[in-house]
Write a protein that binds this ligand. Structure first.
Ligand SMILES: Nc1nc2c(c(=O)[nH]1)N[C@H]1C(S)=C(S)[C@@H](COP(=O)(O)OP(=O)(O)OC[C@H]3O[C@@H](n4cnc5c(=O)[nH]c(N)nc54)[C@H](O)[C@@H]3O)O[C@H]1N2
Ligand SMILES: Nc1nc2c(c(=O)[nH]1)N[C@H]1C(S)=C(S)[C@@H](COP(=O)(O)OP(=O)(O)OC[C@H]3O[C@@H](n4cnc5c(=O)[nH]c(N)nc54)[C@H](O)[C@@H]3O)O[C@H]1N2
Ligand SMILES: [Mo]
Length: 795
């Protein structure tokens, strides 16, 4: 989230798209209800299916799964055509005026720089025009045909309402009402928020879906302002924390790129040169990286050995989820830990993933329960145990209430949780397990002399002598400290690249300050519930970075430094104090006068200080979003271009991953969550009372489709895709309606993905149906849109 949950209260309009918060993030609805009661805010729900959230919204618009960019492109075009954009904001805070090089072109779905063989782009053709000194050329009047604003206008001019709705299947009235209402927030007195989650991201163009939200929010002047923002509703309670701490394979803590095997990263100097932009806050990359290496390798990280840079493993390929399981399927990976994960239920094309596990020599499941994944080899799972040699270990883990630590929520608030009860039996906290693993592995390699042993020996693991790691020592390592004085640093601003500071995650620097006697050291424990202004609660927990609650809040004020609207004040320039003051921690140099050079460069992470309507270097699949169909689509001949599938996605056409065609599989399918169940179901299908509430696997279908197929409510049905088939009960509902797409009737069905063969409430696994294909930027699987067919069981 650029903003945070409590801030939703200040919105005038919430566009909820690709998420169903009433079911999945229910507390958010309380804040939205306040916005509605106190400001008359409007709630708009856009979803293929009428959801709990839709039922609480002022307006519901239906769209076919996989067509968000068409829908948002329509909104962007509507805003520009009708002059419904915040012109001053766009001029001063975005890259609208930047001139783009003549090399950049867009031809019927393909951007310049495309290599068909590789299915990838060379983005060097997307850069800005510069003068001899490297300064970007601009046209402040926004009229030059090569300026970003004109290119944006041209790109989205193809997204006229009629073409848009012929693809999305939305009714014209609904589309226009959403467009009018949401684009009404271009008024500087108003703000609108976009709330999204997995309906947005789990697509072959998921990242560009999010870009389309960012573009409309920038046009409307809604970023950095109370009640505005681009707000990802995160999933697992600590998924924000886990990405902050490098759960993703291509990142290190604090969103530093993980070193890879390319020439660019061959040594520390090369890495620094490649990863440090000129201008913007990322100029500090060397300080953050070297401090991180000091945290990893302690005394073994010296200026002579590049601070241990060579100890760090260099990634040779993309090891996101699908690639890992493909490699396992091909027999390249021989051992696996699943640590609080159940991919046999939650992974795409799960039958293939389960099969892949049969190639493992060893497998460790660290979980509260014996999950489907832990039991992948059993007869119950459909496997033949006599043919599987994998040695399986189960380590019982503590549940959340049996251990202490922090979780970071969608608004980046890091909140401490205390242990409530003692763990049962042999269960251990994850921290205990990793601590003991690390210490035992280090012991195993003691005295060895080879390149594999060296990094393990060098690893500094100083979390106390006890069986349990000391949580305070972990906190100190994350926050960072000065190696000379031993005192924890106040903020990342003092981190250095000369080896004199250590810091495990720069974005959290400051949460564990060097407090005086009696003062709280661990700010994630703060629980002062006094509203410090605009519902920011600055003394409750700690929000990264620097306890800032709304990112980019410089943009909440006009170029002169005055809030755009009197009831939307975040920070403002106080000339008498020569300082930015207000209700939040300024996301800007506190003493930078708005009238000075750079005084309107509101987006400080960017070298040029402006937000990107056009993304010159951030995306693998184009500077602007473009509508492409899902991997499996019910139509051909995309009316926007000559390309149907995102040309930059990797296609895994190996065994057990067939691609279905519309002739065999004419029905669009999606999947989603239920209020009653949690994810792969281990946490809920093992509880009697929740199992009773939602006992069986079912699919939802429209009355029209049920009639065509001769299916009645509660019939057993078979759903089949090119990957496999499952049985479920039919729920015939008005919540799904057939779409009219390019003049033809297209049906869509939906289903929960929570079921599996372990636990009390069992049912078939929805992910048997989904394909191995992912987003061009992140490789997140395309769970949300694929093709299937449905029939009555035994017919
Ligand atoms: N009760 C409960 N709450 C949860 C979870 C849970 O399992 N149970 N899981 C948590 C986790 S980890 C996560 S990530 C979040 C996920 O939160 P959400 O994203 O809200 O979860 P979903 O229900 O998977 O999907 C949301 C909606 O996307 C719609 N959708 C499907 N295809 C498309 C499409 O192409 N475009 C658009 N615009 N919408 C589409 C679906 O119909 C569905 O209503 O929830 C969290 N909260
Ligand atoms: N078809 C389809 N598939 C999806 C999605 C979808 O929308 N559609 N959504 C995707 C998303 S957003 C997500 S986040 C993934 C989730 O996929 P998973 O992470 O595989 O699903 P969970 O059920 O959350 O698995 C967590 C496991 O952790 C265990 N656990 C709980 N607490 C602890 C703990 O403190 N320590 C340890 N060691 N274990 C613990 C639980 O018992 C459970 O077995 O699924 C993805 N899969
Ligand atoms: Mo998630």
């Amino acid at each position: 989230m650029t903003n945070h949950w409590n801030d939703l209260k200040h919105t005038d309009c919430a566009l909820i798209i690709g998420g169903n918060p009433a079911a999945n993030h229910p507390i958010s609805m309380r804040h939205l209800q306040k916005a509605r009661d106190e400001r008359g805010a409007k709630l708009l729900s856009v979803d293929p299916r009428y959801t709990h959230t839709s039922s609480k919204s002022d307006l519901y618009a239906q769209l076919r799964s996989g067509t968000d960019i068409a829908f948002m492109g329509g909104l962007i075009n509507y805003a520009i055509e009708n002059g419904l954009y915040h012109e001053e904001y766009v001029k001063h805070y975005t890259n609208a005026s930047f001139l783009v090089t003549d090399d950049y072109a867009f031809d019927e779905g393909i951007f310049s720089g495309y290599d068909e063989g590789d299915r990838s782009y060379d983005n060097s053709q997307w850069v800005f025009q510069t003068d001899d000194e490297g300064n970007i050329l601009k046209d402040e009047s926004l009229s030059d045909p090569r300026c970003v604003f004109q290119l944006l206008k041209k790109h989205f001019s193809r997204y006229d309402i009629d073409t848009v709705i012929s693809i999305t299947g939305t009714s014209k009235e609904d589309f226009i009402e959403v467009a009018e209402t949401f684009c009404g927030t271009a008024d500087p007195n108003k703000t609108g928020t976009i709330m999204y989650a997995m309906g947005t991201t789990q697509h072959t163009k998921g990242s560009q879906n999010v870009r389309s939200y960012a573009i409309i929010q920038l046009l409307l002047g809604n970023v950095g302002r109370p009640g505005g923002g681009v707000n990802a509703m995160r999933g697992e309670c600590n998924v924000q924390g886990s990405t902050d701490f490098a759960l993703l394979f291509h990142l290190m803590p604090g969103y530093l790129s993980a070193p890879n095997a390319s020439e660019n990263h061959r040594n520390l100097e090369a890495y620094k040169a490649a990863e440090t932009p000129s201008g913007g806050y990322w100029e500090n990359t060397p300080n953050f990286l070297v401090s991180l290496l000091k945290a990893y390798y302690g005394d073994k990280a010296t200026s002579e050995n590049d601070f241990g840079y060579d100890y760090f493993p260099k990634g040779r390929r993309n090891y996101s989820h699908i690639s890992l399981f493909e490699a396992m399927f091909d027999g390249e990976i021989k051992g696996m830990f699943t640590w609080g994960q159940n991919p046999v239920v939650g992974g795409p094309n799960s039958r293939k993933e389960k099969k892949a596990m049969e190639n493992l020599d060893w497998f460790v499941s660290i979980d509260l329960w014996e999950t489907e994944t832990a039991a992948f080899w059993t007869e119950q799972s459909g496997a033949d145990p006599t043919n599987i040699d994998t040695e399986v270990f189960m380590l019982p883990a503590c549940g959340p209430y049996e251990k202490e630590g922090t979780v970071s929520n969608s608004g980046r608030w890091m909140q401490y949780r205390y242990q409530a009860i003692e763990p049962k039996n042999d269960a251990r906290s994850d921290a205990w397990i990793v601590h003991n693993l690390a210490n035992r592995i280090k012991k195993l390699y003691e005295g060895e002399n080879n390149p594999v042993a060296e990094p393990i020996q060098a690893l500094s693991w100083d979390f106390g002598q006890g069986d349990y790691p000391e949580i305070d020592l972990i906190a100190r390592e994350i926050n960072g400290y000065d190696l000379k004085t031993g005192r924890t640093v106040e903020s990342f601003a003092v981190l250095k690249d000369d080896g004199s500071t250590s810091c495990g995650n720069w974005i959290y620097s400051g949460f564990y300050p060097d407090a005086g006697p009696g003062e709280e050291k661990n700010l994630s424990k703060r629980r002062d519930d006094e509203d410090t202004g605009m519902d920011n609660y600055l003394n409750w927990s700690y929000a990264w970075p620097l306890n800032r609650r709304v990112l980019y809040n410089r943009a909440s004020a006009d170029p002169q430094g005055n809030p755009w609207a009197s009831d939307k004040e975040a920070i403002w320039w106080d000339a008498s104090q020569s300082s930015w003051v207000g209700h939040d921690v300024p996301d800007f140099g506190a003493d930078v006068d708005p009238n000075s050079e750079g005084g309107t460069d509101a987006f400080i992470m960017r070298g040029y200080g402006k937000a990107s309507l056009y993304s010159a270097d951030g995306m693998t699949d184009g500077p602007f979003p473009e509508h492409y169909e899902p991997y499996e689509s019910p139509i051909s001949d995309n009316p926007f271009s000559k390309v149907d599938l995102n040309p930059a996605v990797k296609i895994w056409d190996g065994k057990m991953n067939d691609r279905g065609s519309v002739s065999e599989y004419p029905i669009v399918a999606t999947n989603y969550r239920l209020t009653e169940h949690w994810q792969s179901g281990s946490m809920t299908r093992n509880q009697e009372w929740v199992s009773e509430l939602m006992p069986y696997m079912f699919i939802e279908m429209s009355e029209e489709l049920a009639e065509e197929k001769g299916i009645s409510e509660r019939d057993k049905v078979v759903v089949e895709s090119a990957r496999g088939s499952i049985e479920a009960y039919a729920m015939v509902t008005k919540r799904f309606k057939p779409f009219k797409v390019k003049g033809k009737k297209v049906h869509q069905i939906g289903m929960p993905w929570h079921y599996g063969y372990q636990g009390i409430a069992t049912g078939e696994i929805a992910n048997v149906l989904t394909p191995h294909i992912g987003d061009a930027n992140t490789m997140i699987p395309e769970y949300k849109a694929f093709l299937c067919d449905v029939r009555r069981a035994n017919s």
